[in-house]
Design a binder for this molecule. Structure first.
Ligand code: URA
Length: 450
């Protein structure tokens, strides 16, 4: 019998070969135990980036990542455990709104989330801008929070999906983020580790998404829906627009401030539409788990019924109260939620002026995400500190009218040397025309289990 060696498996993948389940487990287990060093794992990730993984290999990778840690056993907690996970976008704060909203409605939401990746933001970095808030809780504390608050949002830890914790950070620093099988395994391993019954995936499509084209986004959605359902997790995917940032704030504390406003019922129109659609799908999926039926395409009536129900919980402040309970339970300063001016604020702010009169026809999500990262909101190395106050507030969105030399966005940073480049990158993503553009499409498709 031959001894398995990481270098041979890397070469096999580099040359376009197919790896077996045990070979994939050898690499993942070895990296966690330290027998496969990070430089070999990085080379493996690059080989996967170029040569891909087939569905069986992706399922094996997901399984090996789940097995790198413990799974939450939540059977003793009453109710359907449901979550929503996004494939990553710019300004996407729907997790922070939906988890307390669903918990206020009586659902249980055990949520394992990630840090920012590349130009996209991450829920864990956003929450880290709340003073004191911890996202590295152990299983015992998470289980307790789920029982008492109804939801938690935690990162991958040394206990839960440690393989994703390591690989996620490595991908960010080795230009291997935009790989469909790596995205699918990363997301599904977190979700399969967290004891869920049902999952709504928000697969982003467009310039700011990790899978940019609609065909690629559909492929990613189908792959994850297949992985989830074949491993016993009722999963559907909604494909939503990421050609422009979602909502008005991009950057960590800025997005927490926008989420707080939303939890009190004050939403940018696109953020409202996407949040409502995802909430409706979460409620529908919860019903199908309870009634043991298959998810159906939602007709207008059903969609409206769910949305009306959801709006009640926002309007009456129940979702906002849940968020405060969560911040408290995860050791954060709830005062900063009641008074958001206590959240980190940047020392330097620069308005970006519109170069022309006209309608905004393009506000490129990638350019905005990249500019926000340059201001300090994201990382270019695994261990880089981020500036929680950095980011961009967008005053005008696609379809809005702007006048020359008036501000339509504001850059926030604590390092003024970053402003010039960030402004140039931001402006490179803008198009203004004298003709009003057609209304932006927000939802492209829904992928149900086959
Ligand atoms: N979200 C994740 O959790 N992982 C990815 O790879 C991309 C988005």
């Amino acid at each position: 019998m031959f001894l398995m060696r990481a270098v041979d498996l890397i070469r096999k993948k580099r040359n376009g070969g197919t790896l077996s389940g045990p070979e994939i487990s050898f690499l993942i287990d070895g990296n966690i135990k330290g027998t496969v060093p990070d430089y070999q794992m990085s080379a493996f990730l690059m080989a996967v980036y170029h040569k891909g993984l087939d569905a069986e290999e992706t399922i094996a990778l997901t399984g090996a990542m789940v097995s790198s840690g413990k799974k939450l056993e939540l059977g003793s907690i009453q109710g359907v455990k449901i979550d929503k996970h996004s494939t990553g976008g710019v300004g996407d704060k729907t997790n922070i709104i939906l988890a307390p909203l669903m918990a206020a409605m009586g659902q249980k939401v055990p949520s394992i989330a990630g840090r920012g990746l590349g130009h996209t933001g991450g829920t864990i970095d956003k929450l880290a801008s709340i003073p004191g808030l911890r996202t590295d809780l152990d299983i015992e504390e998470l289980t307790q929070d789920l029982k008492s608050v109804g939801f938690f949002i935690n990162g991958q830890t040394d206990e839960i999906d440690p393989a994703d914790k390591k690989i996620y950070a490595m991908r960010d620093a080795t230009a291997t983020v935009e790989s469909l099988p790596l995205i699918a395994a990363s997301i599904m391993s977190k979700k399969l580790s967290s004891g869920l019954d049902a999952l709504v995936l928000d697969v982003k499509t467009g310039t700011g998404a990790l899978a940019r084209g609609l065909d690629e986004s559909r492929e990613l959605a189908r792959l994850m829906v297949r992985i989830g359902n074949s491993l016993g997790l009722k999963t559907i995917a909604v494909i939503t627009d990421m050609n422009a940032p979602l909502g008005r704030a991009v950057g960590n504390a800025l997005e927490i401030k926008e989420s707080i406003a939303a939890l009190k019922g004050r939403f940018a129109p696109d953020l409202l539409d996407i949040t409502m659609a995802l909430a409706a799908w979460m409620l529908h999926l919860t019903d199908t788990v309870s009634e043991e039926t298959r998810p159906q395409r939602l007709n207008e009536d059903l969609l409206k019924r769910y949305k009306d129900e959801v709006w009640d919980y926002l309007e009456h402040g129940d979702a906002f109260k849940k968020f405060i309970e969560f911040v408290d339970a995860q050791h954060g300063d709830a005062e900063a939620i009641l008074n958001p001016s206590l959240l980190p604020n940047a020392n330097h702010m620069k308005p970006v002026l519109s170069p022309w009169n006209g309608y905004i026809t393009k506000l490129d999500a990638y350019a905005v995400g990249h500019a926000s990262m340059l201001l300090g909101a994201g990382r270019s190395r695994m261990d880089e500190e981020i500036d929680p106050a950095a980011g961009i507030v967008i005053g005008r969105k696609p379809g809005d009218e702007v006048s020359a030399d008036t501000p339509f966005a504001t850059l926030h940073t604590n390092d003024p040397s970053r402003l010039k480049e960030a402004e140039e990158v931001f402006l490179s993503g803008i198009e203004i025309s004298d003709r009003e553009p057609p209304k932006r499409k927000l939802i492209y498709d829904v992928i149900l289990p086959s």
